[in-house]
Write a protein that binds this ligand. Sequence first.
Ligand SMILES: [Zn+2]
Length: 121
Amino acid sequence: MRREYVLTDDQLKMLIEGMKGPPLIMLQCGQPESVQERANRAWVEVGLEAGFDGMTARPVYGKPMQYITAEPLKHDLYAEKDDDAPSSIKDRNGEIVLGLCKRCGQGEGDLEEFCPGRKKL
Ligand SMILES: [Zn+2]
């Protein structure tokens, strides 16, 4: 189910910078990314920030470029394999007993239906 998102100026800037690609000096190691690969990666990055799946982002016809539709992100909950899971969500045996999203910081009880994206610092 697609939703409409409006990118902030910062997110728009992040997208444009990301599409430009890394400085030339970094291209010496390995295959340079194609324009398409760079664009995809920039969209995924911005999506994590804004709470949508960047690979599904599409412009909205007739609207400025910060208006897009995309599939919303699901929360990325800590799992047993995550060594950096905070102890506040674990029981005495170190098992995770409470849901907590790594990305937005919402915890069990106040998890919204969709992940709003990376927590603003
Ligand atoms: Zn989340």
